[in-house]
Ligand binder design. Structure first.
Ligand code: 1CP
Length: 355
């Protein structure tokens, strides 16, 4: 009290003591922290209202809109962290790649990248390319107070898949063809994308984000051998570069049960687990000293509440096998999820785990 800059200092202390950041660091917590991947978005009527006449990529470039949409789930659910409202393709758009996010589809790339000329178009990203990100993170850090803001980026493989396939893909066949058939070009592509992922994360950290998540959503399409040879070097490099920032680093991909140990080897502090692997099994697959995040199947939220409660209790019990547990879904909130379910679930996790 009374010391110059005391308010800042006090806020910094309480932010660093928040259950989310403590769980990421494997420290004891007053309750298990909760947030939901895709907690902002179409499941919220207030999101649909704000976005009604504004295309997705335009919304992602307007600081006031980013701030409002990021705050919506925090207000409604009382989750323990906010995730920055943006998209994994925003940095690609910002360096001049012609792409759009189509409603009901996802990212679509006008001119897919499949050769050396295309790869050369992927230049480094600077904070000056995304001033709206810096501005929105700054606004959010002020509004959130001692609640952490999670910054994020897409990982090189998942970004490569959108760029090479030209849009969402089930089999990633063009991506794998390039990876298997042109290893040197693949290396150049992955190096450039790793630089972009890192640059986008750094911009958010430097503006005040207190944790980051690297989404390698579709890397579960690979075998462990291919992951080790063609993906691990690049994600390891990103996590190594991030170490100096001293913010918790989370890594997540869907369908990565067979890859969890390798995903963890890349160097994250927290590994996100989808709903296919029980957390007590996941603990045995990740590096010692890794916290876990997850892992309720998002589809469970369409079943009766008793089922949700029972499965959540089971996840919390298994999560105790890990030194740190952040409760989340096993993937993003499905757009037709009833927001009341997420509100009830958040309160339930808090009550069940309060000490
Ligand atoms: O019109 C709309 O509302 C567009 C829907 C939408 C939203 C709300 C898209 C298109 N992106 C987002 C926001 C978004 N994307 C966030 C912030 C909100 C939050 O989590 O609360 C985040 C973290 C992402 C990240 C993202 N985009 C990922 C990784 C996470 C994951 O779900 O695996 C991926 C793979 C994307 C690509 C993407 N963007 C949008 C869609 C529908 C998709 C997936 C398309 C596909 O199936 O391939």
């Amino acid at each position: 009290m009374g010391a110059p800059g005391g308010a800042w200092h006090d806020r910094g202390v309480t932010l660093q003591d928040s259950p989310f950041l403590r769980a990421c660091r494997r420290l004891p917590v007053s309750h298990t922290p909760v947030w939901f991947m895709r907690q902002a978005g179409r499941s919220l009527p207030e999101y649909r209202r704000v976005r009604a006449d504004v295309p997705m990529l335009e919304a992602c470039a307007r600081p006031d809109m980013i701030t409002e949409i990021t705050m919506q789930p925090v207000r409604r659910y009382d989750v323990d962290a906010a995730i920055f409202f943006s998209d994994i393709v925003v940095p690609l758009k910002a360096i001049g790649i012609d792409l759009d996010i189509k409603p009901g589809v996802g990212p679509v790339v006008a001119d897919p990248i499949r050769d050396a000329t295309g790869v050369k178009r992927l230049r480094e990203i600077e904070p000056g390319d995304v001033p709206y990100i810096t501005e929105a993170v700054g606004q959010l850090v002020g509004e959130l107070g001692d609640k952490p803001l999670i910054g994020f980026a897409g990982a090189p493989f998942t970004l490569a898949s959108y760029l090479i396939e030209g849009g969402p893909s089930k089999n990633h066949e063009h991506t794998k063809a390039l990876m298997y058939g042109e290893p040197e070009l693949w290396d150049e592509l992955m190096r450039r994308l790793a630089t972009i992922s890192l640059g986008f994360l750094r911009t958010q950290i430097e503006a005040g984000a207190s944790a980051v998540q690297l989404f390698d959503s579709w890397v579960g399409a690979l075998s462990a051998e291919d992951y080790r040879a063609s993906v691990l070097p690049y994600t390891s490099w990103i996590f190594g570069q991030l170490a100096q920032h001293e913010v918790p680093r989370i890594h997540f991909g869907v369908g990565t049960g067979e890859l969890l140990s390798l995903l963890s080897e890349a160097g994250a502090d927290v590994v996100g687990v989808d709903w296919r692997v029980p957390l007590d099994k996941a603990v045995q697959r990740v590096q010692p000293g890794t916290a876990l995040q997850g892992n309720l199947d998002p589809a469970t939220l369409f079943a009766p509440w008793e089922v949700v409660a029972e499965r959540t209790r089971d996840i919390l019990a298994r999560g105790r096998a890990a030194d740190g547990h952040v409760f989340n879904l096993g993937h993003g909130v499905l757009p037709s999820t009833d927001p009341d379910m997420l509100q009830r679930l958040t309160a339930f996790v808090h009550e069940e785990t309060a000490v």
